[in-house]
Design a binder for this molecule. Structure first.
Ligand SMILES: [Zn+2]
Ligand SMILES: [Zn+2]
Length: 173
């Protein structure tokens, strides 16, 4: 079994938890069913996301995320900064694929993300990071430096690859 990091912009696919074989229940428990401690009852191994590089974090591997489906938890790491979110899917508007509420630990207002549909991606954290990415890419392009293919913000860069890897169901177009 290899432990190689996924390619930038991709996530590991859903794989059944080897401890409970995907059932989400502890296999050796007598009496009451107990949620599997290895996967928190989600039945799947946590996803690892290799996020695309950005102007602030141009080194491959500096931006990454872990999604633990049993705990509805998304952890985004950028450099030395670690942010933890509750990630909850909800029905998206037609054309927008998948929608999520991402509530950062300690905050009360979730961000709303939509991605994986034909009508593009957006996140309620604001277009500011997207616009600054666009501007920085334009400058870099003009100056012959590297550009970075961010989807607009760290939330979309973390969740988009999970959607593409099929963590929330087959693609919607
Ligand atoms: Zn398990
Ligand atoms: Zn965002």
């Amino acid at each position: 079994m290899t432990d190689a990091a996924p390619e930038p912009g991709t996530a590991t696919p859903p794989v059944a938890c080897p401890w409970c074989h995907g059932s989400g229940v502890e296999p050796f428990e007598d009496g009451d069913a107990v949620g599997c401690l290895a996967c928190d009852g989600g039945g799947l191994v946590a996803a690892r996301v290799q996020m695309v590089t950005s102007h602030k974090f141009p080194r491959p591997g500096a931006r990454r995320a872990v999604y633990e489906p049993g705990r509805c938890r998304l952890t985004i790491t950028q450099g030395r900064t670690v942010e933890r979110y509750a990630l909850l899917p909800f029905p998206a508007d037609a054309g927008f694929g998948f929608a999520f509420a991402a509530l950062k630990d300690g905050e009360t207002e979730p961000h709303t993300l939509r991605c994986g549909g034909r009508d593009g991606s957006d996140c309620s954290c604001g277009g500011t990071s997207f616009l600054s990415t666009e501007r920085a890419n334009e400058r870099a392009w003009n100056e012959g430096r590297d550009t970075h293919p961010s989807a607009g913000c760290k939330h979309l860069d973390a969740v988009g690859p999970l959607v593409a890897a099929g963590w929330f169901g087959p693609p919607k177009r």
